[in-house]
Design a protein around this ligand. Sequence first.
Ligand code: RRO
Length: 311
Amino acid sequence: MIDISTTIAGVKLETCVFNASGPKDETLPDLNIIAKSKSSAVMMKSCTVDPREGNPHPRYVDLQYGTFNSMGLPNLGYKSYVKFSKIIDEKYQKPVIASICGMTIEDNIKIFRAFNDTPVKFIELNPGSPNTIGKPIIGYDTKAMDKLLNAVSMVSKKPFGVKLPPYFDLVHFEEMAKVIKKYPVKFVTCVNAFGNALVIDYKKEQVLIKPKGGLGGLGGSYIKYNSLANVRKFYQLFENKIEVIGVGGVYTGIDAFEYILAGASAVQVGSAYMQKGPPVFKKIQDELTKIMKSKSYEKISAFRGKLKTLD
Ligand code: RRO
């Protein structure tokens, strides 16, 4: 019997494959669909204090090997997700996860406090969104991250982790890991969409999305190799004390296998869920199980992080 279960922030998940925050997880009907699928948890859309309509349309496009978005954090406001978490938990007994993306430290404190009295199993703090017009990506500012993590650590009664933007310089991994290690952060999720990409329709000689003159976040297979490197670096820097969740171009069991080999304790499915819908979770899980069987691995800890190098 091949076991693809995992534990994140002390919470047992039946499989190591669940939905990423963002795609189709904004409304209660969206969350019901995820709860009924084989996703091993129900991750909700990042929320703010007040409801937001998000950026002007068009703000999302499917690409051949991924997705391109500048949604601008459309969400129903944290009070709705507090309610939804109770409804979903009662109905499905599947772990519900909140994603919090407050606009200020005070907002984040308020939202974390509100989720203390809910059945959410853990929280993913999102300081890495590239699409909030006029707001910097906090995950690129170590001092701001230090302040934010300090503030939420003081109020959260739930275990929490942080969804990070991608880093490309080894020094940045070390600086961010140093800040994160100061706080009771249980996991990091690598990575959010790559910010401010530009996708062009050459026939029309035009951009594809309206916000920011056409700049938006790139996801899917385009970002997989850098995302794998982010998982690998944080896995090494955290030495098994903080778990790493991989996200970015997980379409197949091979993708999931590679993330786990790099050090991930779980993978999230974003672009592939957007494009293929609920059956994608079972497909990835079945393919991962098959690969493990062919390699005689009975559980993911048998190969997690055990990527071989050439030296
Ligand atoms: O809503 C968005 O535009 C968005 C968010 Br909050 C995020 O974290 N990542 C992303 O690609 N889009």
